[in-house]
Design a protein around this ligand. Structure first.
Ligand code: GLN
Length: 250
């Protein structure tokens, strides 16, 4: 029997707009295929040992929470996180969790919070918050049965910019994405997937959830080939309804 070990970092501080739903989606869609799932919550003061986990999740938080955990993430967990990323560990990071993998977050009041620099990206706060439902397109999800479109909900003042080694996760069809300027949404580097989408991201986008589970199982088990299909009628209905409502014709 296959087992997936998921680590939820700072679940008590970084969990906006139901970000925990991403963990639930990973767990349920794996368990429905008979895969065993363990979830470990780690927060301030806890030691992070990346080799114990197959997927690491970081949700979103306000500037306030991001400041509270700054020292812990830099001093206690930082070197482990950076090393795990370089060794191809799978990370899913949303909004505030995404920002803290970058070099810094400068609030709109001008206060700079230095972060991990695990990915070459940086964030600057603006006065106007970027709020609303989003639709964007992920090229790597496209197949005969999937158009690669993802739906989510964003609420951030931070504008994120990517350095050359970091690719956008997707292309904005509706919404602001990384900065409201260049149509990029989120970031990808090695096996790190970052997005501004709360809402939660994975329950509304089962194809992306299965992509992450498949990646983790292939990385862990040499005999794993693919996940069998589930009946996703309701998930797809939710997904398609939001696309129609938010993006209309495009
Ligand atoms: N504090 C960050 C911002 O406003 C992140 C917010 C969030 O995680 N939703 O940009």
């Amino acid at each position: 029997m296959y087992t997936l070990n998921i680590c939820h970092l700072y679940p008590d501080l970084l969990n906006l707009y139901g970000d925990r739903g991403n963990i639930i989606a990973l767990r349920k869609r794996a368990e429905w295929r008979g895969i065993n799932v363990n979830v470990t919550n780690l927060s301030l003061g806890d030691q992070f040992t990346p080799e114990a986990y197959d997927i690491v999740f970081l949700g979103g938080g306000q500037d306030y929470e991001q400041e509270i955990l700054q020292e812990d993430v830099l001093v206690r967990k930082g070197s482990f996180i950076r090393e795990a990323i370089e060794q191809d560990k799978i990370f899913l990071c949303i909004c505030g969790g995404y920002q803290l993998l970058g070099k810094y977050y400068k609030t709109w009041e001008g206060k700079q919070i230095n972060y991990l620099g695990a990915l070459n990206l940086w964030t600057t706060g603006g006065r106007k918050r970027m709020i609303g439902n989003t639709v964007y397109e992920l090229d790597f999800l496209k197949s005969d049965s999937c158009d690669g479109k993802i739906v989510g909900f964003e609420n951030h003042s931070g504008r994120t910019y990517l350095g050359p080694e970091v690719k956008p996760l997707g292309k904005v069809i509706k919404g602001y994405g990384n900065n409201g300027e260049d149509l990029s949404e989120g970031a990808m580097y090695k096996n790190v997937f970052c997005s501004y989408s709360h809402g939660s991201l994975l329950p509304k986008n089962p194809t992306f959830t299965d992509y992450l589970i498949t990646l983790a199982l292939k990385q862990k088990y040499s005999d794993f080939v693919s996940l069998f299909k589930l009946d996703d009628e309701l998930e797809n209905l939710a997904h398609d309804t939001i696309i129609k409502r938010v993006a209309g014709k495009y």
